[in-house]
Write a protein that binds this ligand. Structure first.
Ligand code: ADP
Ligand code: MG
Length: 320
């Protein structure tokens, strides 16, 4: 699946982020291991994983701040390694720590300099500054020195600078670390509000947090994607279901071939969706449905077949 060869007429099918076989090594450490996924426009996606799972590495690569060892990343159909400047305009990246240099500025002054660095000026910049200040709820502190602001407000200033320049995708790497409970709840409300206007990629190491704000969650373990599902389905993965349903970017014949080759289960059914994707429903024969879930996900994504949706299901006896 080489999206770089797609023509303009294919653009409607291009997702907001496409990651293909992405690998990042730091010396001998494989921080991101052959990762493939796609996310669509207009939703809030969570990247969940414990410390060292590879969250920051992936987000830094997607934001164009770190080169990859192998693989491709496309943002809104644009190859980020070949068009880094064009892609940077599409992304608003939340900086975990505001630059030390801005500590003596007010939020308004800092946003002014960020906006100018992004190529904006004049009345348009002033309008955008007012708009992001309003959206992030920092109007009451806009004339105070940033160094005197609470951590909650500093994080909001960090979000405000990310929103300047009308990006399509907002990347927030663990933005609630260090916030107290009230600040965290307020920040979640802000992310939900932003989710109505932008595609959001938000990382966290706690399930309850991604459950609170995200529509879909990518679960990472040791640089690998082991699940991609709604928070609710991830939570009940092991409880009552005996089957897995997923939709994959592949022709039916290719999906069937992989199902047979890997001998996942003898009980499954696939359907051509007519849009280049195939849906597959698999009955788990083993007790550990999570194991099957991870194996299915890894096998399809490693074979270049991105999974769009994947959920657990209850399959009745004799259904296939
Ligand atoms: P997370 O954000 O999920 O905590 P990271 O992406 O920061 O994970 O790290 C993933 C792995 O890569 C970890 O094992 C970490 O030690 C390693 N790593 C991250 N950055 C570097 C670096 N600059 N040099 C060497 N190893 C790194
Ligand atoms: Mg991190």
């Amino acid at each position: 699946m080489l999206l770089r060869h797609m023509g303009a007429s294919d653009r409607k099918e291009i997702s907001m982020i496409t990651v293909n076989h992405l690998t990042k090594c730091y010396g001998n450490c494989i921080a991101v291991d052959d990762l493939s996924f796609e996310i669509q426009d207009g939703h809030i996606y969570g990247v969940l994983g414990s410390s060292g799972a590879g969250k920051s590495t992936i987000m830094n690569i997607i934001a164009g701040c770190l080169p990859a060892t192998k693989g491709w990343v496309y943002i809104d159909g644009c190859d980020i390694f070949n068009n880094p400047m064009a892609v940077r305009r599409l992304i608003g990246y939340f900086l975990e720590h505001l630059p030390l240099l801005c500590m003596n500025d007010t939020p308004t002054e800092y946003l002014q300099s960020v906006g100018e660095a992004k190529g904006m000026k004049g009345a348009d910049l002033q309008k955008q500054i007012d708009s992001v200040i309003e959206l992030t709820g920092i109007g009451s502190v806009r004339k105070r020195m940033i160094s005197t602001l609470s951590k909650g407000y500093k994080q909001r200033v960090g979000v405000a600078q990310a929103l300047l320049g009308n990006p399509k995708l907002i990347v927030l790497d663990e933005p609630t670390v260090g916030l107290n409970l009230i600040q965290t709840i307020e920040f979640h409300n802000l992310i939900r509000k932003l989710g109505e206007m932008y595609t959001i990629l938000f990382s966290s190491h706690t399930f309850s947090e991604v459950q609170a704000v995200c529509e879909q969650v990518m679960l990472l373990s040791k640089g690998r994607l082991v699940a991609f599902d709604t928070p609710d389905n991830l939570g009940k993965l092991l409880k009552e279901s005996n089957g897995i349903f997923f939709r994959v970017k592949a022709e039916k014949a290719a999906a069937d071939a992989l199902m047979k080759e890997k001998e996942f289960s003898t009980v499954w059914e696939s359907t051509d969706q007519g849009d280049g994707t195939t849906s597959v429903c698999v009955k788990a024969c083993e007790d550990d449905i999570r194991e099957l879930y991870c194996r299915l996900f890894l096998s399809f994504s490693r074979n270049g077949m991105s999974i769009f949706e994947m959920t657990t299901r209850t399959i009745q006896a004799g259904q296939f």
